[in-house]
Write a protein that binds this ligand. Sequence first.
Ligand code: PHE
Ligand code: ZN
Length: 883
Amino acid sequence: MKENNTPKTIRLSEYQAPNYLIDTVHLDVRIYEHYTDVISHLAVRANPDVPTASGQPLELVGVELELLGIEQDGATLALDHFRIDGEVLTIKDVPDQFTLLIMTRIHPKQNTSLEGLYVSKGMYCTQCEAEGFRKITYYLDRPDVMSRFTTRVEAPKQAYPVLLSNGNPVERGDLDDGRHYVIWEDPFKKPCYLFALVAGDLSVVEDHFTTSSGRDVLLQLYVEPHDLDKCEHAMDSLKRSMAWDEEVYGREYDLDIYMIVAVSHFNMGAMENKGLNIFNTSCVLANAKTTTDMGFQRVESVIAHEYFHNWSGNRVTCRDWFQLSLKEGFTVFRDQQFSADMGSETVNRIDDVNMLKTVQFAEDSGPMSHPVRPDSYIEINNFYTTTVYEKGAEVVRMIHRLMGKDGFRKGSDLYFERHDGQAVTCDDFVQAMEDANGVDLTLFRRWYSQAGTPHLKVTSEYVSDQNQFSITFEQTTLPTPGQPEKLPLHIPVAIGLLGADGKDLALQLSDGTVLDPLNPVLELKQAKQTFRFNGIKEQPVASVLRGFSAPVKLFYEQERAELAFLMSHDSDGFNRWNASQRLTVEVLLDLMSAYQEQKPLYVDSLLLESFRALLADESLDQAMVAKMLELPTEQFLAELLPKPVQVDAIHHAREGLKRELACGLRQELQQVINRCHMDPEYHYNVDAVAKRSLRNVCLAYVMTLADDEATELCLSQYREAGNMTDQLAAFRALAHSERSEKTQVIADFYQQWSSEALVVDQWFMVQASSPQPDALDNVQALMQHEAFEMTSPNKIRALIGAFCNNNPVNFHRLDGAGYAFLADQIIALNNINPQVASRMSTILTRWANYDRVRADLIKAQLTRIKAEKLSPDVYEIVSKALN
Ligand code: PHE
Ligand code: ZN
């Protein structure tokens, strides 16, 4: 572990092309019981693009490696020719072209960081992004060094019958002592972060895909034998992703084989290694009995995401890690487009925006705020953030809106063609969009370099005697760390004006411009701008930022009646939903003041009646109705509302509103529950998902009353459900209630599902997010449960993560016990798995959003953590949080 006194800051401004390139790599990985030997054969040459490269020493990086030997051009390298200094192996006096043979020994079984080569439930697997390859062998571990890899994997045959690596298998054979080997060849050059290797006792599900040019691709999904019944959905999603990328982006798969391996111990969702994706079991396994609809959706989108990386990430990769959003922002945008095409576009958009506003906006207003293309980092693993991913996707989405569908496609075609086989920058992406469309995106580029969420203040005025409606936008961005001054951004604002009949009016600006009725967008480029619409014969209701056309915080005062009007008439589904959220927030604010003044809660009948209408109208999109009925989460409200966060008022207002609505709408809720009856058979399609989601939203409302009738309803749904979506919904409603029946149900659920790790995760999660005051005690007790494992990121996220992220009222207890608990876990995890520890510690970076008492308690825990000997991962977060 690195000392925390001198962590090095890496800066984009200091980027230098590599002095040496590696054309080919031959890896020989020999797995033994107690260690693994890695023999690496590299063909190295000086970089012809760097005039000063020739004669420079070669510097390779390696972490936690035991160097067994090193040869240059076939001769053992004398001790005075190389030097190891920390993580750097320096070789002096190298010629312009030479070979290196490096032998190292590693200990995968002791590797709990889940980075490099490690063991997950007896299976060897690798994770090399971002800088894990250096834990396997000494290398030029940077994405702009791209090589052709040949990999020989050797292991005991009985324990590890399956040996995989990137590309195609070209040779296999048996050896003495019950060992065997397989040789893999990847014809595409790649950076080492895309290298992968797997050795294990795995079952395989196979299928085929024929590409548009008629090539046959073998699809393989490797899982533990016990999970063979959970592969169908992923395989199906994969085939749909392959077809979609051909159709929408003209991108065909390029190898003869595409493999996916499911592993239970994994730091992230999944990894796009060339031809050999490695997936967290939670993002690939699914069946009706064990997986919720949300789980199915997640599998579909992550399968697509990793598949899409084959072009946006692998064929065209990143020059350096500051460009991470080049592949991640673009690929998230692509997977979002895919999910929208597979299901409901509006519902997907709502979910994505909710997550952006809750998590990314919070990140962007705290001490870890950074641009989509960061300027500096201490530990790159800390920059796999929602800013790089989700805000990055929003930036690509804005380009899509500005170029239009066809223009965007022209741009992406040019990008892929121009940069195939290269390691490039975010700027190259924008340049391709500009060149293909003949536009200038100079100003737009600020989205990549400027951190922080722009605030967009909107005012409007209707002048009836001129038939003119004018709307004024003022954009400001608050300072963020290292960026005190902010500049105006190029913001596309999709807009509509609704007439009294609820229909969109034709939009003509005072300068004569007619806005495209299919995509009416105002382009803001200045700090303050006014647009005047002519020919508006009646006072309209404005629908601003349709489809959430830019990642900004919108401030636009509209009457409750206007919101209710938009809620039932806006032609933009997203804004219809958004209007209902805004109205709900208004009502919650009433309830928060009532709570603080200890007055009785009164719910505005406008909301109650709007919800009543929603429940009754079967002609509406039922998934949308469910979304509109779902109250904003406490975390969302914490981010949205003025600071300091009113933790308790938010909680009690929200709980109170749920109860009041349940009380006032009980009949209607019950009718919907009856109408959306449970089906004996499970189907994963838009209508079936919509129906289940609506039923279960209603069930949760009814159960807030927790009377005998509601309890019986939940109990019978819990018992009779034929799928995890319905069973878990009933389970959650019971487990979060005060009813004594829950004790039995909680025990029963575990009994039923103890052999399904992913269901046990759900079981932990439900208990960790209980609003009841004993939640923390329960979480602490569950840490000792037989199914809990401190070395499993999924378990940590399910128990510790769910408690700290999804249970604000208990995590932010005024006695500070929640904070102390989290700090204890971070300190423990820092030694086991720095990446997971650092993710957990980001929760504490939000201290400034809380009242003095809580802020001081959180800071005290940060200080306590900082006094430990920390990994660079945790050190970076904690020190920035205390700055
Ligand atoms: N590149 C992966 C993805 O987004 C995420 C990942 C990053 C996985 C780092 C593991 C480690 O698809
Ligand atoms: Zn990705």
